[in-house]
Design a protein around this ligand. Sequence first.
Ligand code: MN
Length: 382
Amino acid sequence: MNPKQNLDAPDEFSDRRGHLIGAAAELGIDHMLICDPLNLYYLTGAKLTPYERFIGLIMNPESGDSFLILPRLERGCKSDPTLKIQYYKDDQDPYRLVVSLLGSGHKLGIEKAYLPLSRVENIMAAKGVCEGDLLGDFTDIGELVAELRLIKKPMEIERHDETACCSDAILKQVAPKIELGKTEKQIAAQIMLAMSEMDQVSSEELVALVQAGSNTAHPHGVASDYVIQEGDPVLIDFGVCRAGYWSDCTRTFFVGNPPAKLEEIYRIVLKANQAAIAAVKPGIPLAEIDRAAREVIVDAGYGEYFIHRTGHGLGLSVHEAPSVHANNQNLVQEGMIFTVEPGIYIPGLGGVRIEDDVVVESEAAKVLNRYPKNFEKMVLEA
Ligand code: MN
C-alpha cells in the first residue's frame, strides 16, 4: 500500500465531514473552504503535498455538497470515492473554480491560521468584490476541525499503537549502534534508515533529533558533527509517521557511566514523567498533568531548568491539540492522545528528556511506548 494513502475506512471520512458540517451550520456558516493538507486528509482521505499549488475542500452545510479542488496532476490520488472532485490545469485560475463552487451565501468558514492573506485576496479578486465586502464574513473554522481531531476513534488509537511499536523497534535496533567516536549525525542517519525500512512509513517524513554531550542542554537542537565521548548523554527524539499517524518518543542514553549530576537529573526526570502519566484521567484540567511533572522537578531544585510544557497532542500531525501546559484549563477527555515529556537542561553540562505517548482511557492513561526507561537500561557500554 502507498503509505500516503489510508483508505481502509472510507465511511470515516464522510462521518467526519458530517460532524463538521453540523457544527458549522450551528454557527450560521454558509460554506467552508478547507486548505490545510492534514485537515484535507482527515476529511477526505486524500494525502497531498501541494507545494505552491492550491488544493481545497469546499463544503456547503445547506446542500450537504462537498467538492475537492485539485491540480490536474493529482488525478491518481486516492480519496473518499463519494466526493466530487474538480481538477484545474496549471494555466487555469483555481480561485475562479473556488468562487463558482461556493454558492450564494456570504459567511465563509476558513482556517485563519492556515490560509495566507495572498490566497484570501485571490479569492476576493475572483469574486470581484472589494475588501470590506468579504473580509467581515470570514469565520475561523480551524478550531472546529481541531476539536474533531482531538478525540481519537478506536481505529486511530490502533494506528497510534502500531506506530509507537515501530518507535520501540527502532530504538532496539539503534541503541547498540550508539558508540564512542560516532557523531550525532551518524546516529540520526541510523534512525532514519531504520524508519525507512518499515512498511507504510513515508519517506517524506523522516525526522530524528540526536544530541550528545552538552548539546543535550538545547531542547530543540539538531544533529551535528559532535563526536560522542565517554560518559556523554545521548538524547534521541524522533517521530515515526506510519500510515499518516505519528508517534513521538524521546530516550536519553549514556555511553559509559555519566557524571553523578546527570544520573541524579535522569532519575528526577523519570520520576516527573511517571508522576505526570499517573495523574492522567478524564475530567481533570490538562494543567494538572503539567503540574504533576513540574512539582517533582521544582521540589528537586531544578524548576528553572524545565523550560518547556509537559506535552502536546499527536495525530496526523506530530504537534497538535491539546497542549499540556500550566495554564490549559481544558479538561482531559477519553480518546485524547498526547505526549508526556518533561526535561531538565543545564547549560554547559547537558540535559535529559524522557518522552512517552499516552492515550486517555476511561480511568487512566495507557502508555503506548514500551521501550525501557529505567536508568540502568539507558547506560550503554563505552
Ligand atoms: Mn514531542
